[in-house]
Structure formats: C-alpha cells, structure tokens
Design a protein around this ligand. Structure first.
Ligand SMILES: NC(=O)c1ccc[n+]([C@@H]2O[C@H](COP(=O)([O-])OP(=O)(O)OC[C@H]3O[C@@H](n4cnc5c(N)ncnc54)[C@H](OP(=O)(O)O)[C@@H]3O)[C@@H](O)[C@H]2O)c1
Length: 339
C-alpha cells in the first residue's frame, strides 16, 4: 500500500487555502490526517474534508509536530516566520506566497516546467510556488522556448481580484451591487474603485516605477524558465473575479510560425489550445474559472520583427496559479522523494 501523509494547510480559510482543500480531495492526495490552520479569529470554524468535519486551529510555533507536508497560503509574513520553524521540525513546506521565491536555496517550481529543480528542496526544506501570472506564462511558453529559444518577451497581464484574496472578492461584489443600485461605492482594498474600472497598479510601486507584481513577473520568469529571457511587464487589475489573462509578445532565436506553435502547444502538459478566430473561439476568464489548465489562443505572427509571435494566455489564478500548482508540487515530492 502506498504511504499516506499528515498534511497541514496554513491559511485554510482563505481564497487559496479553500482551493487547496478542494485540490487535495479532487486529486485524491494520499492524506492520512489533515490539520487546518488560520488566525485566532477563525479558530474553531468547521470546514469539510472528504465529507468529514475538521476544526480550524490557530497556527502556532508547535503546530507542525508530526506534519509531513505543510502547504502555506497565508501570506509572506507568516511564511517567513513559520516555514523555517516547520522545516526545522522535519516538515516539507510548500509556500504560495512571495516570501521565499527568490531565495537561492529555495526551488521555485512549476511541475510542467522545471520539475528537476525540486531536488533543491533539501537545502531548506522549503519549496515555493510562483506568482499566478508567472505560472500560466511559463506553462504556456516553455514548449515554445524549448523549440525556438525565447530571447525577449513583452507581457501585459489582466489580473482578477481574487489574487488579492477574499477581501477583494467581496469588494468587487459589493461595489458592483452598490453602483448598479445608484449608490456610491466604498473603496477599501485597492487605491481606487475596481468595479467598472481597470487599475494600472497591481501591488505597491518600487522606486523605478515598476510595481512589485511587474518585478515578480520579470524575476520569477527568469528563475523558473531561463535567466537568458529578457522580460518586461505591465500588470493591470481588472474587474474580474477569477482567472488572469495575459497578452504576450515573444521574440525567438529561431523562427516559430503560428502553425508550429499550435502544434507544440497541442501536446503540451497542462495546456489547452483554444484558437479558432473564425468561430470567435479564444481563451476567456469565464471558461478558465474553476479549471486547472492554462488556455492559449490568438496565436499570430508579430510582423514588426523577424521572429515574433503574439499570444493570449488565460488561467485560474486560484487553481493552477496557486492551489493546483502547490498540490502538484506535493505530488511530485511524494513521488520522487518521500515514499
Ligand atoms: N489569490 C491568488 O490568486 C494567489 C495566487 C498565488 C499566490 N497567492 C498567495 O497565497 C497567499 C494567500 O492568498 P489568499 O488570496 O488566499 O489570501 P486570503 O484570502 O486573504 O487568505 C489568507 C489566509 O491566510 C490566513 N492568515 C493570514 N494571516 C495569518 C497569520 N498571521 N497567521 C495564520 N494565518 C493567517 C487567513 O486566515 P484568517 O481567515 O483566519 O484571517 C486566511 O486563511 C498570499 O501570500 C498570496 O500572495 C495567492
């Protein structure tokens, strides 16, 4: 009989955490026992796992005793503080936050893209999952990079509010209702109203005028795919609940025709090609929401340069962008290192 594991989910009550529970269930991850952890304000709440009630506990320093794998979806502060404590007690930590992503001793993993890098988890006992927009970009672009060598890419992301967590989902819902009823909308989570608006700001600004999210797209793409790929990014927050979209322009070393790109993507792991413009078929948030795949379409030549291609890439930020990727990392850990 294959081994089963004691698994903790830190941030189990959050937007990503609840999806992690669904993924563990839906993918039948070999769970012996599950611990659901959150802040004191939600301790005592009851969530369900495989039809059984599980009580949420407040996360503490000693929460990880006997835990084999901890999936962290509680933000960078708690991951910085507690992942080393948990790892020191023998728990392998998989973190969805930005806390450890650029640490040279922590692998940043997308199983379809760089599974071999997972071996590096032994250095600190911590593995990171990239920011959601990088997950979908890398899954879509890796097969094209392997064939044609991406030299440069220009990315514009259109990011759903759920990537800011449950508070932002509520804010878009409430603001939309208020405005449709002729009442003023209260602004809390973002610097401006998000309902019926687009914000050219995702996260805080750095001194050079880029936002932290834009810098993550640049840095994490290089770490996950190849440092030779030069990336520039503009990240836009849009009034969509679930699924990020990205307009991507790539310049390759070798000629890559749209036909060849479609052929490469058709067989690629985790990718669904939706590219029939004559029938108005292309990836859309409303189709990607709740799905685990990365959807790619609108593939066409960039006629302004010799070797250029444009694509449109859509994926659910809570699923493949966070929860599904984290659970797939756990599956890979179990398969390769923890049996
Ligand atoms: N949302 C996405 O699309 C996405 C994608 C990739 C990565 N991520 C990353 O995943 C993490 C979680 O994001 P989210 O969207 O799920 O946020 P969220 O909806 O705000 O949920 C945050 C969760 O973390 C818990 N938490 C917060 N501070 C804590 C603390 N000090 N101690 C223990 N638990 C704490 C919360 O518990 P309470 O409910 O008790 O407050 C809640 O369960 C973030 O680092 C985010 O950057 C998110």
């Amino acid at each position: 009989m294959s081994k089963k594991f004691t698994v903790a989910v830190v941030g189990a009550t959050g937007a990503v955490g609840t999806q992690i529970l669904e993924c563990l269930e839906g993918r039948n991850f070999p769970v012996q026992e599950i611990k659901l952890l959150a802040t004191a304000s939600n301790a005592g709440d009851i969530l369900e796992f495989h039809g059984q009630p599980v009580t949420v506990e407040e996360v503490k320093q000693d929460s990880f005793e006997g835990v084999d794998i901890a999936l962290f979806a509680a933000g960078p502060a708690i991951a910085s503080q507690l992942a080393p404590v948990a790892a020191g007690a023998g728990t392998v930590c998989i973190d969805c936050s930005s806390a450890w992503r650029m640490d040279a001793d922590v692998p940043l993993i997308i199983p379809e893209v760089n599974p071999d890098a997972l071996a590096g988890y032994r250095k600190k006992g911590i593995v990171s999952s990239p920011t959601a927009s990088v997950v979908q970009l890398a899954v879509a672009l890796k097969p094209l990079h392997d064939f044609a060598g991406i030299k440069r890419m220009v990315v514009s992301t259109y990011e759903a509010v759920s990537s800011t967590g449950n508070r932002a989902i509520d804010e878009l819902r409430v603001q939309t209702g208020e405005l449709l009823n002729g009442r003023p909308a209260k602004v809390d989570v973002y610097p401006h109203r998000i309902a019926f608006n687009c914000l050219p700001q995702v996260d805080a600004f750095n001194d050079d005028g880029y936002t932290r999210e834009e810098q993550k797209v640049i840095d994490e793409t290089a770490k996950v795919m190849a440092a030779t790929i030069k990336t520039t990014a503009t990240c836009i927050r849009v009034p969509v609940f679930y699924a990020h979209s990205a307009s991507v322009n790539i310049e390759t070393g070798k000629k890559l025709t749209p036909e060849k790109a479609r052929e490469l993507l058709k067989g690629a792991a985790g990718v669904v090609l939706v590219d029939d413009p004559a029938e108005s078929e292309y990836p859309m948030c409303m189709d990607a929401a709740g799905q685990d795949e990365v959807f790619v379409g609108r593939i066409r030549e960039d006629k302004s340069i010799a070797n250029g291609l444009n694509l449109w890439v859509v994926s659910d930020n809570l699923r493949k962008g966070a929860a599904t990727n984290a659970v797939q990392i756990a599956e890979l850990l179990v398969e390769k290192y923890l049996q």
